[in-house]
Design a protein around this ligand. Structure first.
Ligand SMILES: [Zn+2]
Length: 283
């Protein structure tokens, strides 16, 4: 072996990089894409629930700090094979990272698929245990739905049944929040994701019709959190064309990840590709 020996300068530099990776998690930098001409993930946005407790203009006055042309892709109601696998394949082909809001009951029987979603670098948020109408059940039942959902997702993901989510992102089924559940989630440091617009992919329509509608809404909004559903065949069918549309029209995909607890108090961006979704101190 004739490799040059590591100098202490190099050892220190490698140590600093390792510390950075530990502090920010493996998902901090956009994945390097081995194929040219793909859409890719343009940046990683770390979201601090303290500063962004509720986002999505369809339900709330605030949303994520996205620039013109930036979109966040979110998929609800999975995991649901084989559709979720097809969505993962389409995203992987374009080196795009998204967020999946999982339903706990199906997640609990599909740990392998849940882990695959995470292993491919996507963010896993929570979407209750049975996709219940939380505004139409008792407050106690609503809390149970939220907690059982988180626990089932966590058990599938990490093997640990905990109601403290490793990614504190939640979305209400049917966007049916109540003042009490919103307050509860905020008190627990869990960010509530609404959406800025959607494809209405739950409506009986051809994949082409869904794609046209989604593109029209995107052209109006120019940016935002997009709601899609991975179990929907029409979404699976139109997704590759939609990702191509984004690429061909200069849109950029932003991957949202939770801010690490140790950097939540002092928001900064150590990695050039990562920006914190919090107001910067001193600009
Ligand atoms: Zn849903």
């Amino acid at each position: 072996m004739s490799q040059p020996r590591l100098t202490w300068r190099w050892v220190n530099a490698l140590g600093a990089i390792a510390a950075l990776l530990l502090a920010h998690g493996a998902a901090a930098a956009p994945a390097a894409c081995p194929r040219e001409g793909t859409l890719g993930t343009s940046r990683v946005l770390s979201v601090n629930p303290k500063n962004y407790p509720r986002v999505g203009l369809k339900s709330f006055p605030d949303t994520l700090p996205l620039e013109d042309g930036e979109v966040v892709l979110t998929f609800d109601d999975g995991p649901s094979p084989p559709m979720t696998n097809k969505v993962l394949a389409a995203l992987a082909r374009e080196c795009v990272r998204a967020t999946f809001f999982l339903v706990g009951q199906p997640a609990s029987g599909r740990a392998e698929l849940v882990r695959k979603i995470a292993a491919e670098g996507h963010t896993i948020g929570h979407h209750t245990f049975t996709h219940a109408h939380l505004a139409h059940i008792t407050p106690e039942q609503a809390v149970e739905e939220i907690d059982r959902g988180i626990a089932a997702d966590e058990k599938a993901l990490n093997g640990v049944e905990t109601t403290t989510p490793s990614t504190p992102f939640f979305r209400f089924p049917y966007f049916e929040s109540t003042p009490a559940t919103l307050e509860l989630l905020q008190s627990r440091g869990i960010a509530v994701f609404g959406a800025d617009f959607w494809a209405s992919d739950w409506t009986a329509m051809s994949p082409q019709g869904t794609l046209k509608l989604l593109i029209r809404r995107l052209e109006q909004a120019r940016k935002g959190i997009i709601l899609l559903h991975d179990p929907q065949p029409r979404t699976v069918a139109m997704l590759p064309a939609f990702l191509r549309y984004l690429k061909d029209n200069g849109y950029r995909v932003v991957h949202v990840v939770p801010a690490k607890p140790d950097v939540q108090s002092e928001q900064h961006s150590e990695h050039p590709a990562e920006t914190a979704a919090t107001p910067r101190e001193g600009g």
